[in-house]
Design a protein around this ligand. Sequence first.
Ligand code: DUC
Ligand code: ZN
Ligand code: ZN
Length: 455
Amino acid sequence: MDLVVKNGTIVTASDIYQADIVVEGEKIALIGHGLSGREVIDARGHYVFPGFVDAHVHLSLPVGDIVSSDNFATGTIAAACGGTTTVLDFITPEPGQSLQEATVARRKEADGQVAIDYSLHLTAIDTAPETLEALPELAAQGYTSLKLYTTYAMRLDDDQLLCLLAAARKCEILPLVHTENHAAIEYLKARFLAEGKTEPRYHPLSRPPVVEAEAANRVLTLASLTGTPICIAHLTCREALAAVEGARARGQTAYAEVCPQHLLLSIDDYDRPGFEGAKFVLSPPLRDRSHWQPLWQALANGGLQAVSTDHCPWTFAEQKQRGRDDFTQIPNGAPGIETRVPLIYSEGVGTGRLSLNRFVEVCATGPARLFGLCPQKGTIAVGSDADLVLWDPNKEYQLTHENLHMNVDYSPYEDVTAKGYPALVLQRGKVIVKDNEFVGEVGAGQFLKRNPIHL
Ligand code: DUC
Ligand code: ZN
Ligand code: ZN
């Protein structure tokens, strides 16, 4: 036996128990008591969690002539330091580029650059015959999820949504849908600009909860007609949550992810002095605090299935400045890939909002299951990849950007001190983070072929 992790408290989505874990090669080979191995890691006093899964990140995302500031190397190193061992990024075709070409190009960017294991969601930007024909082929290659947008340049109209939802069902692909009403946003943005209202605080006012809820309701309605299970991306508000829960009550399979920023930050952050509010310009935007409690409650009771980050960092000193005189020009997004797990532990488990099991469920097992990666990822079981996080529940760590590895000049949580932090992170049996330092290898992360979504 190559390695034994001894005396830790193992936590999965369903159990908490003390046991030793034997790793052979890259897999968990045995779980039991009194086990031995050539190398021993003593996990006494630590929780042993499965490597965490972030199902929604944007590394090296091009928007116009700028690119989000974390690339596949820096972003996945930061993820690892925060306890995440698997990320899902996106394949987004350029206009005129086929989905297959975009897939090959994105794989070229990521392979050899990732520090942890990864996969990619497809994105459909049209319903051309080549796009529809590509879906079954790409699904067979392990790309079993499909991002659909109702806003931005990649937006789809209802005809296209119906067509793609039906195609996804046929190929056992799970659509992940960004739901905001494009026309409503454009109308509100134009109105604010015409009134000379150009500051970051008008960003959330141009995308209020009804704008998200309308699109969520519409997409869920269309999915009910095609019989397609769907996942709503980065759900932010009680109105959209009601749409998902209503669909479920009518018998639909409807999932939703939530991001830490929508559980912990609020519309008040846009009123920070000077241009600071730009740091929080992301979409859908931060809401007022009254949305926090219903979202935490849904996370605890199963109404929400996963916590992802939508990690999409832009530097404040340069990139965010594009919108100094016009909030609509501020690149959308914020950093979060490294802080997700400590924040949800500290603010979820630490405050009693989430049980330990539920914390593991929403940060690891849930996203792995949703996107066809379980039980290889997201749990601790014989035969699973030996992705393990030894967690120090007492370590306090300030989430200022100076303490973090993300390639960006600010943290949305500068003054927040998380209680509970990774002490050691293993990927497939190898230590990749020790005492908050990345000791793995860039390029050692592997592409993950995902399972079809079983309907
Ligand atoms: N919103 C998105 O939809 N994508 C990237 C970042 C963001 O804020
Ligand atoms: Zn989105
Ligand atoms: Zn996103």
